[in-house]
Ligand binder design. Structure first.
Ligand SMILES: C[S@@+](CC[C@H](N)C(=O)[O-])C[C@H]1O[C@@H](n2cnc3c(N)ncnc32)[C@H](O)[C@@H]1O
Length: 257
């Protein structure tokens, strides 16, 4: 097996990309710093707007050659920079979807000079028209009541009723509360439900997922749980340790997040 594969390299992604041969990656899942000043134990989220966008363009140009010709990319953003970054990506790839992740934030006080923002904007881009996409792997089953309600003869035997429905482009999945069993010590950890949907839909079994900004390692955990390979980078050594712990827990099913 290649030395770079199924490892999280504890280093700057901009240096790390050189480890990965071009054209070897099926799927990139990128959850970069948002440019909002979050504390990841480093200064990576403290760039001012122009520098942040220059840095974004730099890592995008280093990452995209790693994709296979039918590969694709998901990128987590917020409304602040998604317009600029979507334009950047549209100059290089085909935009397939804008997905809204509704974090199911409870209604409390919130902002008083604007509407409270409670979603992440996720861009889904493909390198070519024949990009890999397995909808059947991520369909959502209908509950028994809905199936019964649709049991009229026109629906009987309908493939979609048996297989479940398309998850659509608004994903309503709760963010991870402090008490959540999946929760690790990282400020912007993503739920496995979201990352696993991306992996199952857009990376073939045994394929390779690249995550340049691993954080708590959700992509690595999701890839392992779904029978895919992974490679990734993370600047903060404490998060690198956290990722190893999460991966080791997968070998002890009773602890696996
Ligand atoms: C938004 S978080 C990722 C969260 C992750 N998706 C999860 O579920 O835990 C971004 C991460 O990127 C890391 N980071 C920032 N700049 C980096 C760089 N140049 N190379 C590698 N990692 C970087 C930060 O330390 C932070 O942990």
């Amino acid at each position: 097996m290649s030395a770079w594969l199924n490892r999280v390299h504890c280093e700057d992604a901009l240096h790390g990309f050189a480890r990965i041969p071009d054209g070897t990656i099926d799927l990139i899942i990128a959850d970069p710093p948002y440019g909002l000043g979050k504390d990841y134990g480093n200064d990576s989220d403290k760039l001012e707007a122009a520098a942040y966008l220059r840095w974004t363009e730099q890592w995008i140009d280093a990452a995209l050659p790693k994709l296979k010709p039918n590969g694709s990319l998901y990128i987590f953003l917020t409304w602040r920079y998604s317009p600029e970054i979507f334009v950047m990506l549209k100059q290089r790839m085909t935009m397939i979807n804008e997905i809204v992740w509704d974090r199911r934030v409870p209604s409390m006080g919130g902002s008083t000079r604007r509407f409270s923002s409670v979603h992440d904007t996720i861009g889904f881009f493909a390198k070519a028209r024949d990009y890999h996409f397995d909808l059947d792997a991520v369909r959502i089953p209908y509950d028994a009541e809905t199936k019964k309600a649709r049991s009229r003869s026109i629906f009987v035997g309908a493939k979609w009723l048996e297989l479940g429905y398309n998850p659509k482009d608004v994903w309503s999945v709760s963010r991870l509360h402090r008490e959540h069993r999946e929760r690790a010590d990282h400020p912007t950890q993503k739920p496995l439900e979201i990352i696993e949907r991306m992996v199952k839909a857009s990376c073939p079994p045994d394929g390779v997922v690249l995550d340049p900004f691993m954080g708590s390692g959700t992509t690595a955990v999701a890839a392992r749980r779904c029978g895919r390979n992974f490679v990734g980078f993370e600047l903060n050594p404490e998060y690198c340790e956290l990722i190893e712990t999460r991966l080791m827990a997968l070998d002890k099913p009773e602890e696996a997040a």
